[in-house]
Design a protein around this ligand. Sequence first.
Ligand SMILES: [Zn+2]
Length: 81
Amino acid sequence: MEKITDILNYTLYDGITLAHVIGLIVLIMIVNYVWKKLSGKERPNIYEKIRCLKCGWVGEVSKYHRVCRKCGSNNVQKSPG
Ligand SMILES: [Zn+2]
């Protein structure tokens, strides 16, 4: 059985060893991971400010569930700002 260092030093092509190839793959994986992390920051804003027409509560709620958090009424209006 070959030692891991012997396998890593195995020359595939003029001066290129298996260690180089593995290193490159790891580098690509890291870059890919970082890229995904950075691009994942821009999540869509699903919240919006609303004003309850029943009790006057103003606050942020989900766009898909426009219900007053204070009184539970769905009689709400989109609030500017
Ligand atoms: Zn309310």
